[in-house]
Design a protein around this ligand. Structure first.
Ligand code: SAM
Length: 230
């Protein structure tokens, strides 16, 4: 059982009173996670950008080539219900500081409850520097993004990418994904062009078909970095 599900199970078995056990806690955990995600999508469709969480196959592709065990600092943007978070937590080392920035307040609260080792901040990815400083870190080794870029205003994309470039260690890696069906949209195409401007190396993964909808991953490094493929 993964952490998200274990957390819900604990809430049920730790003697919680009938009134404190929420509707979601009574459901199958996988169904509860999907409903929580769908709820966020219905509240803020553009900001969430998907109606189901990413699959374990996409999580694997997102972390391909990341040596999380030896990382000093890992940051996740837009963890949602934790589709990537739980795999990151399985792979980081004891010394790794793991921070996440999530704009949806309910998701931030849920993540705090289910992943006690994660430092979750209810704030925008643009403010990554503030939280690195709080953790006495100047740079992140990996920035792993679940943000819905194709739905974002150009200015917001640029502010976040500026913050990524300012926060990424010289040999660090920024990974993010795009849905296959959306990659022809003008905003998504401009985002791809912007990645090429911001990073010396932008590699694209194979399509991850076992995701709804199918997606692929961008792996970006500055000039000092070295590449991965797959
Ligand atoms: C497509 S969902 C991805 C969730 C999760 N990573 C997954 O793959 O299942 C996008 C998430 O990004 C969050 N988000 C959107 N804009 C954000 C921003 N500027 N800063 C931090 N989180 C943001 C949304 O609230 C949502 O949880």
């Amino acid at each position: 059982m993964n952490d998200f599900y274990a957390g819900r199970a604990r809430a049920r078995t730790n003697g919680a009173s009938a009134s404190s056990v929420s509707f979601l806690d009574k459901l199958d955990p996988a169904v509860a996670e999907r409903l929580q995600f769908l709820g966020a999508f219905l509240r803020e469709p553009a900001r969430v950008g998907a109606f189901v969480p990413s699959s374990p196959a996409l999580a694997q592709a997102m972390l391909h080539g990341c040596n999380l065990k030896d990382a000093k600092t890992v940051v996740e943007f837009g963890p949602g219900t934790g589709a990537f978070t739980r795999l990151i937590l399985e792979r980081i080392g004891k010394q790794t500081a793991f921070l996440a920035l999530e704009l949806d307040e309910k998701h931030a609260r849920g993540l705090r409850q289910h992943f006690p080792r994660l430092n979750v901040y209810h704030d925008s990815a643009e403010r990554i520097q503030k939280y690195l400083i709080q953790h006495r870190r100047s740079k992140a080794d990996y920035i792993i993004s679940g943000l819905p870029w194709a739905n974002m205003a150009v200015k917001v994309q640029e502010h976040i990418l500026d913050a990524v470039v300012a926060s990424l260690a010289p040999d660090g890696m920024f990974t993010t994904f795009s849905y296959v069906h959306a990659c022809w949209l003008p905003r998504a195409r401009r985002f791809r062009e912007r990645l090429e401007k911001y990073f010396a190396e932008v590699k694209t993964s194979r399509i991850v078909w076992r995701n709804v909808p199918p997606a692929f991953v961008f792996r970006c490094r500055s000039a000092a970095g070295h590449g991965v493929s797959g």
